[in-house]
Design a protein around this ligand. Structure first.
Ligand code: ACO
Length: 323
């Protein structure tokens, strides 16, 4: 059986760090309020010349280095983003060009904060279907560019960045130690659109628009949706919370992460947290968190890792993989 196995990981963050204290000068807020409600202390904000594609390409290069590969080894690039450099061409094709390759194919996936989970599920199917051997799966965002910087209910929550994995086709039990993606569970429900959306777009206003969110409403749904989809991943694989080595959640809010882990019975020592330093980087948050926890040696080869996310749409999903 062919499996999509992680061969490398990488990340890229903008140069500029913005602290909560700096936000106190922009809107009526406080470091204390932001930390208490979200767990966020700082976020990275893209500056001049830094875009979703430039951050995504830098994360991709880091992942290729980590894998001991070059761009010429890649035959598919999937980029999860809701903040593309252009409406088209796809940011993934822009990244392909920045990597200097002209073979294979590349496309974007748009599922807001669940984008990386959707992209992993898609990459896994391309690999298991035999259409790709080595895939760069990237989550890259510059949410700072769609924020209303006068709206304190949203502008304090988000940040910019990119992370990437190299997934590789590996065949046969034993040769892979049963590593790779084990199951993907994806869901969406458009009835929740008004709770989290961008109020612009090429086909409606002809503008880029700004992010709008009913935070309390999102919060109300988040824990239930996340835990349902993780339970579905357990059921599909005959595993349970006790088997999990690491939960790597979408980093939106510390209270949502803690609430989900508690409901599932996953101890906090097994949960990777980066929302404190990255803020909510939407589709980039999971690969950024993976790069941190694999980079510092916490996530090791053979570990059972649960990825989960919930975001605008609503979209939500989970991917269970053996690292
Ligand atoms: N600073 C100070 N006060 C604030 C701020 C701020 N930045 N923002 C809101 N407030 C005020 C509100 O105006 C309100 O004041 P009021 O009581 O006088 O009306 C008070 O704080 C409480 O507001 P709530 O919205 O009820 O605060 P809550 O505890 O729900 O926390 C938060 C808000 C952090 C947004 C929370 O609801 C949340 O995390 N929701 C989920 C958001 C999320 O995860 N979104 C990302 C999804 S992923 C994606 O797809 C992008």
């Amino acid at each position: 059986m062919i499996r999509a196995v992680v061969r490398g990981f990488g990340a890229s963050l903008p140069k500029r760090v913005m602290t909560n204290r700096e936000l106190e000068d922009l809107v009526e807020t406080s470091d204390e309020w932001i930390v208490q409600r979200t767990g966020i202390h700082q976020r990275y904000i893209a500056g001049e010349g830094e875009t979703t594609a430039s951050l995504g390409a830098a994360a991709a290069k880091a992942a290729l280095d980590n894998a001991g590969l070059t761009a010429s080894d890649i035959d598919l690039i999937i980029c999860a983003t809701s903040t593309p450099d252009n409406t088209f061409p796809a940011t993934a094709v822009n990244i392909q060009n920045r990597l200097g390759i002209h073979h294979g194919f590349a496309f974007d996936v748009q599922a807001v904060c669940s984008g990386f989970v959707y992209a992993m599920a898609t990459a896994d199917l391309y690999i298991r279907g035999g259409m790709a051997k080595r895939v760069l799966v990237i989550g890259a965002e510059t949410f700072s560019r769609i924020l209303d910087w006068t709206d304190r209910t949203t502008c304090v929550l988000f940040g910019d960045g990119a992370g990437a994995l190299v997934l590789e086709a590996a065949e046969g039990e034993g040769t892979t130690d049963d590593r790779g993606v084990l199951t993907s569970q994806l869901r969406s429900d458009g009835t929740h659109k008004e709770k989290l959306y961008v109020d612009g777009g090429p086909s409606t206003t002809g503008t880029v628009g700004h992010l709008r969110m009913e935070g309390r409403e999102v919060f109300k749904h988040a824990v239930g949706m996340i835990t349902d989809v993780i339970e579905a991943a357990f059921d599909a694989t005959g595993t349970s919370a006790d088997d999990i080595d690491w939960l790597v959640p979408h980093q939106a809010n510390r209270r949502i992460i803690d609430g989900s882990a508690k409901k599932l019975g996953i101890p906090s020592e097994k949960v990777v947290i980066t929302v404190d330093v990255h803020g909510n980087t939407s589709a980039a948050s999971i690969p950024l968190a993976l790069a941190v926890a694999a980079g510092d040696g916490r996530i090791k080869k053979g570990d059972l890792v649960m990825l989960e996310a919930m975001g605008g749409g609503f979209t939500w999903g989970a991917v269970l993989l053996r690292w």
